[in-house]
Write a protein that binds this ligand. Sequence first.
Ligand code: HPA
Length: 244
Amino acid sequence: MTLAIIGGTGLTQIEALTITGEERLTTPFGEPSAPYLLGELNGKKLVFLARHGNPHRIPPHKINYRANIWGLKQLGVTEIIGVAAVGGIGAKMAPAVIAIPNQLVDYSYGREHTFFADDLEHVTHIDFTEPYTPSLRARIIQAAQQADISITSSGTYGCTQGPRLETFAEIKRMANDGCDLVGMTGMPEAALARELGLAYANISVVANWAAGVVEGEITMAEIEKNLDVGMANAIALLKATALF
Ligand code: HPA
């Protein structure tokens, strides 16, 4: 099993990662967000990719998700953990909480979202009943328990288009739809991994209460402060999971 971590906002690099090499790939779908870093975390070999580029400069709707996932497959990766900053909608999803979602709703649009579009021999519809690979989620949850890292072990992730944050009415609609978390990068990443037969799970780090959940505007200062705490815990969780 070769593990990959896709780091999002607040996780452009992992200091604890011992970097042993770098791969710059081009794919039939264009350029990935950044060179793939080959390294070791807690003694376990893995691949790291900065989803928004390094430095962080590609907004969620401009990320070449297809190139990113295709490149990982080319490198022999079989399982991916996507780390993402999110807004908290559900009562359990307070700032700095780490959640391992088990469901998602996709509100994004206009993104290149499938490998099964052109030059097809036959039309393919992947099963996506469980969008996150249950066995990989279970490993992350067990690693958290063993390492005594506090997490919320389920939840529904809603993927919006961004880059703007949501309106209060949009968040109310998402809450009615059953969403506990709101982010901008969860899709099509999860579906593309499934299309290529790669295991995929998400670690969401809550950066802020979603729009209108508490009074006042959402500020970048607030997001950065909560991500400092949340991402430190997410890295500890990644280290624990790498060993599992
Ligand atoms: N909404 C969407 N994406 C986000 C948020 C949010 O409130 N916070 C961090 N990423």
